[in-house]
Design a protein around this ligand. Structure first.
Ligand code: SF4
Length: 294
């Protein structure tokens, strides 16, 4: 990752590890999800065009061969479409070998733009969106202050897909605690199946110190964290219940996960289920807790 004058903390999805990152916005325009500690120290703002332009100028001279660019921070797509198009056009002009531009997006960002606007952004080179679903259960979506319902998530993801975007979605194992574990997974599998994102990442909840009290307060009833066996039960139930309408590349290989699992759905479902079931018999194979982080 090239070092620009970044405003830290800086995040990008694991699959953007080799991408050039331009921070076109700072922080997250929502910044209220109770489990998320990413941008709590930042106030949302949009960087001036002149600063973005001069960074593109510098980086394109040093790395003209760049193939992938990620636009940070938490929801660059929140930018006014006109400004985003100005950035996309300038990036395309200056990186002739570019294959992909991506950014994070939340359902509300996508529903605030019309299908035509989204199609235009996609035609201008914004190819891929990383979207946090977290859970498909409406009660839990409220408890974690996601600012979305299962319906708005499905509508937003389908709108993005129909507009030509590749979408990569995230869900969080354990986010319902023990009490809502089954509801969380069955509803999440329903939403995931409806949306059938191109990529799906299942992370595992680790509540960081910075948001622990807020998470518990907003949950508004006792929250029992899941042990590894129940996390594996959730993963098993999730895989059983996802019935995609188009293929999904599935991964549970995030730093927070108990074990690295991956495959394509539906064809690798049985293989992944066999692995999850064997891990339940062999907990000694799971990643040590000290090595896990959210
Ligand atoms: S999870 Fe995403 S939308 Fe929610 S506060 Fe964090 S960055 Fe913002």
């Amino acid at each position: 990752m090239i070092e620009l004058g970044y405003d830290y903390p800086l995040y990008r999805p694991p699959s953007e590890a080799n991408s050039i990152i331009f921070q076109v916005t700072l922080g997250c325009s929502f910044n209220k999800c109770s489990f998320c500690n990413m941008y709590r120290t930042k106030e949302y703002s949009e960087r001036p065009w002149e600063e973005i332009k001069s960074e593109i100028d510098v980086v394109s001279k040093s790395f003209p061969q760049t193939e992938r660019i990620f636009l940070a921070d938490g929801d660059a797509i929140n930018l006014d479409s006109e400004k985003l198009i100005q950035i996309l056009d300038y990036i395309k002009e200056n990186f002739p070998n570019l294959k992909r531009i991506s950014c994070y997006a939340m359902p509300k960002n996508l529903l605030q733009k019309s299908p035509d606007e989204l199609k235009l952004l996609n035609s201008k080179g914004l190819d891929m969106l990383y979207i946090g679903i977290e859970t498909g259960n409406d009660l839990l979506l409220k408890k974690i202050t996601k600012g979305a319902t299962s319906k708005s998530i499905i509508d937003a993801c389908n709108r993005a897909k129909k507009s030509g975007f590749i979408i990569s979605c995230m869900i969080i194992l354990g986010i319902g605690g023990k009490k809502y574990s089954k509801d969380h997974i069955t509803e999440t599998a329903r939403v995931v199946s409806d949306v059938s994102p191109n990529f799906l990442a299942a992370l595992t909840l680790i509540i960081e110190d910075g948001v622990y009290d807020e998470f518990m307060k907003k949950f508004n009833e006792p929250f029992e964290t899941l042990d590894d066996t129940i996390i594996l039960d959730e993963l098993e139930l999730l895989l059983i219940n996802i019935n995609p309408i188009s293929p999904i590349v599935f991964r549970a290989n995030h730093a927070s996960n108990v074990y690295s699992i991956g495959g394509n759905l539906p064809e690798d479902k049985e293989k992944m289920l066999a692995l999850v079931r064997s891990l339940k018999e062999h907990p000694e194979l799971l990643k040590p807790k000290v090595l896990r982080r959210f």
